[in-house]
Write a protein that binds this ligand. Structure first.
Ligand SMILES: Cc1cc2nc3c(=O)[nH]c(=O)nc-3n(C[C@H](O)[C@H](O)[C@H](O)COP(=O)(O)OP(=O)(O)OC[C@H]3O[C@@H](n4cnc5c(N)ncnc54)[C@H](O)[C@@H]3O)c2cc1C
Length: 415
């Protein structure tokens, strides 16, 4: 019987193990942690946004976006939903975002574990893999206490995002040992730090709807808007967070890494034009104070900091404000500029950009083009998805492809 070892009991490793066992292989999963799926349990704030029905070309990023596309075309969100139903989990669609009906990530982990057990997959915990090498056609997979032998290995050891979940980057070392190049890993889906922390600190904890455009000035001093995003903005002591910021973060991190300068322009009133806002301010400035003029436009916590940013004292009589004051205030509300200085660390990143260079991996089978019998799946690869179920969809799709091919041993293509 063909022996397959899967390294990592995360989302992708478990999907790969189920697929490999489904092809008749004898499968062992080696997991460094004392239990499986630590990161999976954190997903979607414990609710697990496991896929997304809206798939667009820009939902997956990496040096070769076509690589992810080819894998995902063969295991779609509908396939993921069917797969989960087949192993006992019903899902629900929330405007395209797919969740388990239970609203609990633990249900997703539980059905995966039931299926692994049903398929007689051996789960070994506290087995941190230190090296993978080949002896003839056979793989030697070494942990601290044992050397496992296998016909095929699926490396599904995750990335460096939230190392406390076990994905501590050791998978990259194993890939390097096998001759693979690693595109430098950097945080993605991560909060951003700003120069204007005296300002962000005053708003800290506030969540608001905003439209944000990210501007990057490269080394040649060429400025360009690299991305726009609307959605939730959350203010923190160090800068900005929230889903809209997460979606932009990988581009900011990349631009800064390449030596560019990054700024964000934030529209705090995205449903109203600057002209409408000015008209409103003119009407509201007939009576009361400057601060009272903004009641009903901005959350209370934002009123004083924005007035101060526009050089207006909150107690000033609104009627005494000049046109230039109102213009300056409207500009702060509609085009608030922040300098992005960096991002929070991997500890706070929901995913990782960079990883195993996909040009040496076959997107049909996820097999290494350098080491036959070695397969990759999940976040270890240089593929990162947008926020909203895309990274787990990638984990299931790539895990299914890798496990199917590893279990079948090159006898057949994956389905
Ligand atoms: C807080 C948070 C919320 C998220 N929410 C969502 C969401 O709602 N929707 C979504 O699509 N994505 C979400 N993500 C991203 C998603 O969780 C990951 O992309 C996905 O879990 C990656 O799966 P993986 O199997 O590739 O890696 P992981 O889940 O990281 O699994 C890798 C496993 O390999 C093990 N391992 C590592 N090295 C070794 C070794 N040397 N030997 C043995 N074992 C090893 C690790 O312990 C780990 O168990 C979220 C991420 C975070 C951090």
């Amino acid at each position: 019987m063909r022996k397959v070892i899967v390294i990592g009991a995360g989302a992708s490793g478990m999907a790969a193990a189920i697929a490999a066992a489904g092809r008749g292989a004898s499968v062992t999963v080696l997991e460094g942690n004392e239990k499986p799926g630590k990161k999976l349990l954190l997903t979607g704030s414990g609710r697990c946004n496991l896929s997304n029905l809206k798939q667009g070309d820009d939902c997956y990023r990496g040096a070769d976006p076509l690589f992810a596309k080819r894998v995902l075309e063969r295991f779609t969100p509908q396939d993921a939903i069917r797969f989960f139903r087949s192993i006992g989990l019903l899902t629900c669609d929330r405007d395209g975002y797919v969740y388990p009906v239970t609203g609990q990530a633990s249900s997703v982990l539980d059905v995966l574990l039931l299926e692994l057990s049903r398929r007689k997959v051996k789960m070994k915990y506290r087995e941190k893999v230190r090296s993978v090498s080949k002896e003839g056609a056979e793989f030697l997979v070494k942990t601290d206490g044992w050397t496992y032998r296998a016909d095929a290995v699926v490396l599904a050891a995750g990335s460096m995002a939230v190392p406390s979940t076990g994905s501590d980057g050791s998978g990259y070392d194993i890939a390097r040992m096998c001759g693979h190049r690693i595109v430098p890993p950097m945080p993605a889906l991560v909060p951003l730090t700003v120069r204007e922390q005296a300002f962000s600190r005053q708003l800290s904890g506030l969540r608001m709807r905003a439209a944000i455009s990210l501007h990057c000035t490269d080394r040649g001093a060429q400025a360009a808007v690299i991305r726009r995003e609307s959605g939730e903005l959350q203010w923190t002591d160090y800068g900005i967070s929230g889903i809209a910021v997460f979606q932009l973060s990988r581009y900011a991190v990349q631009c800064l890494e390449q030596g560019g300068r990054v700024s964000a322009k934030i529209d705090l009133l995205p449903d109203h034009s600057e002209e409408e806002l000015l008209e409103h301010l003119r009407l509201r400035s007939l009576a009361g104070t400057a601060a009272q003029m903004l009641v009903g436009i901005l959350p209370a916590k934002a009123v004083h900091p924005l007035l101060q940013a526009a050089g207006i004292s909150p107690q000033t009589a609104a009627a005494s404000l000049a046109k230039a004051d109102l213009d300056s205030l409207a500009a702060r509300i509609k085009r608030l500029a922040l300098s992005i200085t960096g991002s929070r660390s991997f500890d706070q990143a929901q995913s990782c950009q960079g990883g195993v260079d996909c040009s040496f991996v076959d997107p049909e089978t996820m097999e290494s083009r350098l080491v036959p019998g070695l397969y990759f799946s999940g976040e270890i690869l240089d593929v990162d998805g947008a926020c909203g179920g895309y990274n787990l969809q990638w984990a299931w799709a790539s895990g299914h492809a890798a496990g199917s091919a590893a279990g079948a041993g090159g006898q057949e293509r994956t389905d």
